[in-house]
Design a protein around this ligand. Structure first.
Ligand SMILES: [Fe+2]
Length: 442
C-alpha cells in the first residue's frame, strides 16, 4: 500500500494526531477532560465546589473556532460536573450550601493559544519547581502578559485534582501541528527562512539565562563524572535535559527542515577550555554519498550556555555552503567562515550539510555546550534508542515522537506494518508540507 493512500482528503478536517493523543482544546481534548472529571469526581463526592474558565486567542485556524478563540470551562457545584465551551456561569445555584464556594473559587485563565499550549504540555503540576520553572520559561519566551489568571487560590483538594488533570492531559497533548502558525506564534518565522537560505540560523535567548545555568550545571557535572571532555546520551541526565531537548522554537526549525517524526541522532555535551579548536571543518553528513540530496537529512542545534564571542571558541559556519551539496575539500572554505556570536541561552541551528568547525578559544575558562542532533525520521540515530516508559510518562508526546514512538519504523510484527502510525505520519507530514509552503512564500 502506498502511504499516499493514507493522506486525508484536503476537503475534510485533518486528524493530525494518533488516537491516544489530542490537540490542545480540540473536541477530542474536551471529551478526554470530561472522562477525567467524571471518573475522578465519582470517587470523591466531598470535593468543594469550583469553576475554571480558560480562553485563548489566536488558535490555529484548522481547529475551526470562531475568530480563532479557543475556550472551555469546567464547573463543579458540589454534586454535578458541568463542562463545555461556554464560560462557567458566575451565578450557579446548585447544591445547597455550595453556591458561595462556586463564586469564591471561580478561576479564569486567558492568553495566547501557543502560550497556553506551552504550559499545557508540561507534566509535573504537583512536583516541586516544575510549573514554576515552566512559567519562568513561558514568560521568557512569550512575555509577562502572555498568560493571565485571576481568582482565588484553590482549596488543596481541588488544586490536587486540577494538578492531576493537568498532567493527565499534558501526557497526551501534542504540539501545534500547523507549522506556519506555530512559527509565527513563537517568533521564528524569519529563522525558518534563514535556514533555507543560509543553511543555518541563530535563535537568540531561546531559553532564560537561569535555565541556561541549570543546564550548564547538569552538563558539566555529567561530563566531569566521565572523561571530562564529551558525553553522549545527555537526554538521560534529568528533567532539565528533557525540557531543553523539546525546546519549542528549536523543534519548529527541526520540523521545518527534517519533517515531522525526526528522531534524536544524539544529544551530547562538550566541555572545552582555552586552546585551538579540536573539531576541524566538516559537515554532519556521514556516509551520505555526494551530491547530497536537496532536502536536509540531519540538523544540529548547539546551545550556548555562556555568552559566545569569537574569543570564546564558538562554532564557525560557512554560510550558503549547503548549496555545494558536498563535503569541503582539504583547506577549503575557512576564508568564508563566520563565527557564531550569541548571548547565553541562545541556540545556533544548522542543517542541510552546511560546513562548520570548532573555533580556537583565546579566553580563560570553559565553554560548555549541548549538541541537539536530529535525523530525518527515515534515518537511524547515532545513539541507540533507550525508550524509558517513566520518561515518556513525565513528558508530552513530543518526547515520544523524537524517540520514534509515533512513526511506523521498528513497529512491524508478524501481522505486518503499523499502518495506524504510517497513516498518521503521512497525514501530519502532508499538512506540515502545505503549511510550510505558505510560510516560505510569505
Ligand atoms: Fe558538526
Amino acid at each position: 500500500m502506498s502511504l499516499d493512500n493514507l493522506v486525508t482528503d484536503e476537503q475534510t478536517a485533518p486528524v493530525l494526531c494518533l488516537p491516544h493523543q489530542c490537540e490542545f482544546l480540540s473536541d477530542a481534548w474536551l471529551e478526554e477532560a470530561r472522562r477525567f472529571f467524571d471518573t475522578h469526581l465519582s470517587r470523591n463526592s466531598s470535593l468543594p465546589a469550583f469553576s475554571i474558565t480558560e480562553r485563548f486567542t489566536n488558535a490555529p485556524p484548522h481547529l475551526g473556532f470562531d475568530d480563532n478563540i479557543a475556550q472551555w470551562s469546567v464547573c463543579y457545584d458540589g454534586s454535578a460536573i458541568h463542562l463545555g465551551r461556554a464560560p462557567a456561569p458566575s451565578d450557579v445555584k446548585e447544591a445547597e450550601g455550595k453556591e458561595a464556594e462556586v463564586k469564591n473559587a471561580e478561576v479564569k485563565v486567558e492568553g495566547d493559544y501557543q502560550a497556553g499550549l506551552f504550559m499545557a504540555q508540561i507534566v509535573g503540576a504537583l512536583a516541586p519547581q516544575v510549573m514554576g520553572r515552566g512559567l519562568r520559561e513561558l514568560q521568557h519566551l512569550f512575555g509577562q502578559g502572555a498568560l493571565r489568571s485571576s481568582g482565588p487560590t484553590l482549596p488543596p483538594a481541588v488544586a490536587r485534582l486540577i494538578g492531576l488533570f493537568h498532567d493527565h492531559m499534558a501526557r497526551i497533548t501534542v504540539e501545534n501541528p500547523d507549522i506556519a502558525h506555530r512559527a509565527r506564534a513563537l517568533g521564528v518565522e524569519r529563522h525558518v527562512r534563514e535556514v533555507e537560505e543560509h543553511g543555518y540560523t541563530v535563535i537568540e535567548n531561546a531559553i532564560s539565562p537561569d535555565f541556561a545555568d541549570e543546564v550548564r550545571e547538569v552538563a558539566r557535572r555529567a561530563v566531569m563524572a566521565h572523561d571530562g571532555y564529551q558525553l553522549q546520551w545527555m537526554l538521560y541526565h534529568g528533567l532539565e535535559m528533557e525540557r531543553l531537548v523539546q525546546n519549542a522554537p528549536l523543534m519548529t526549525l527541526m520540523d521545518a527542515s527534517l519533517g515531522r517524526g525526526a528522531v534524536i541522532a544524539s544529544i551530547s555535551a562538550i566541555v572545552r577550555g582555552p586552546g585551538a579548536g579540536s573539531i576541524p571543518m566538516h559537515t554532519d553528513y556521514s556516509m551520505i554519498p555526494e551530491p547530497y540530496p536537496e532536502f536536509a537529512m540531519t540538523g544540529v542545534g548547539v546551545w550556548a550556555l555562556e555568552d559566545w564571542s569569537e574569543a570564546s571558541g564558538p562554532t564557525w559556519i560557512v554560510p550558503g555552503s549547503h548549496r555545494e551539496r558536498r563535503a569541503p575539500r582539504k583547506g577549503e572554505g575557512m576564508d568564508r567562515g563566520v563565527p557564531i556570536e550569541m548571548p547565553k541561552g541562545s541556540v545556533v541551528y544548522f542543517t542541510h550539510g552546511v560546513w562548520h568547525w570548532q573555533g580556537d578559544r583565546s579566553e580563560a575558562g570553559e565553554r560548555v555546550t549541548i549538541h541537539s542532533h536530529f535525523n530525518r525520521g527515515i534515518l537511524r540515530g547515532l545513539e541507540p534508542k533507550r525508550v524509558d516508559v517513566q520518561m515518556l510518562h513525565r513528558n508530552p508526546p513530543r518526547l515520544g515522537e523524537m524517540l520514534g514512538e509515533d512513526d511506523w519504523f521498528d513497529k512491524l510484527d508478524a501481522r505486518g506494518r503499523d499502518y495506524l502510525r504510517a497513516g498518521h505520519m503521512a497525514r501530519l507530514q502532508a499538512f506540515t508540507d502545505r503549511q510550510l509552503q505558505t510560510l516560505l512564500q510569505g
